[in-house]
Design a protein around this ligand. Structure first.
Ligand SMILES: Nc1ncnc2c1ncn2[C@@H]1O[C@H](COP(=O)(O)OP(=O)(O)OP(=O)(O)O)[C@@H](O)[C@H]1O
Ligand SMILES: [Mg+2]
Length: 293
């Protein structure tokens, strides 16, 4: 068991290789960060930079073609070497995951209620009646009142914002201590995006969660995270406390992402093209912890 100030999640030298027709290809290289209760780490980078692969390795749901090395410690337990049975038992109550694609994460033919009740019965050992009541309470908690009849709906019947709220309700349903949100608002308009992110932060604070927030938008990450990991093509280009990254970005790629963010870029009418051919990786920071704050 960890002490109050030790990290809940500690990722060290995480490497992920994918089998290809001609051998192996490294898609995530030497990712390290630490996260404590109540903190948020933001992982930012363009498409294909390895954000979801990193999250999948923490969750233990890497595709069969991928292998991970390094260490991923959650509450003092090494996850990378854990058997899939043990992982399944712990991932419900331990770590909640908001998938990048709600449509592919949820079963199209089952009602939202049916899908919410299953993990509640498996992980929390609730009766059917108790699980139904808790599912309704969870939806209420994420801003969907029982009068909306969402428990009886199917995923395709819901708006994008409602789908994300359902995903969040499911991710927190078994009282996790760590929540990973992979691009939770990409397909949503700005107003709904803000509502969903505010909801995540409120849940983090109310439940004392640690949060891993993934996005391609550095402005969004900067607003909601304590520390930032900037990734490009599987490498960490730069990482550190959010204020340090935003006020004095050391890497030109980070500055490119800042210019590309509608929130951070000043008087930006067109999104710039980021020329990444010139970029080399910075030496890793001595520590990514936010202890010094
Ligand atoms: N199932 C898979 N099999 C093989 N390679 C994969 C698989 N999923 C992802 N990859 C590769 O791993 C690399 C990292 O992909 P990843 O999905 O982590 O990127 P990402 O940063 O999440 O991108 P996006 O912003 O588009 O979601 C990419 O080169 C991708 O092609
Ligand atoms: Mg992704």
């Amino acid at each position: 068991m960890i002490t109050t100030n030790s990290p809940l999640l500690s990722v060290r030298n995480l490497n992920i290789d994918v089998a290809t027709g001609s051998g192996r290809s490294r898609v995530v290289s030497e990712v390290s960060f630490e996260l404590r209760k109540g903190e948020t780490v933001g992982i930012v980078g363009e498409s294909g930079s390895g954000k979801s692969m990193t999250a999948n390795a923490i969750m233990g749901i890497l595709p069969d073609v991928a292998t991970a090395t390094g260490t991923v410690q959650y509450d003092g337990t090494e996850l990378l070497s854990l058997s899939s049975t043990k992982r399944r038992k712990m991932s419900g109550p331990g770590i909640g995951y908001i998938f990048q694609e709600p449509m592919s994460a949820l079963h199209p033919l089952l009602t939202i209620g049916e899908q919410m009740i299953r993990p509640l019965r498996y992980h929390l050992k609730l009766t059917k009646q108790e699980a139904s009541r808790r599912a309704a309470d969870l939806l209420d908690q994420v801003g969907i009142p029982p009068s909306r009849g969402v428990l009886r709906s199917h995923i395709h019947e819901l708006s994008g914002g409602m789908r994300q709220r359902v995903m969040i309700a499911m991710a927190i349903s078994c009282q996790p201590r760590l929540l990973i949100a992979d691009e939770p608002t990409t397909a949503l308009d700005a107003t709904v995006q803000k509502q969903i992110l505010d909801l995540l932060v409120q849940l983090r604070d109310d439940m004392g969660l640690a949060l891993v927030l993934i996005s391609h938008d550095l402005g969004l990450i900067a607003k909601y995270s304590d520390q930032v990991v900037v990734m490009l093509e599987g490498n960490v280009m730069e990482q550190g406390a959010t204020s340090q990254i935003i006020h004095s970005p050391a890497h030109p790629y980070t500055r490119g992402l800042m210019d590309a963010s509608p929130r951070l870029g000043q008087k930006q009418h067109r999104l710039p093209v980021i020329d990444k051919s010139k970029f080399t990786k910075l030496a890793p920071a001595a520590s990514t912890s936010t202890e010094e704050k």
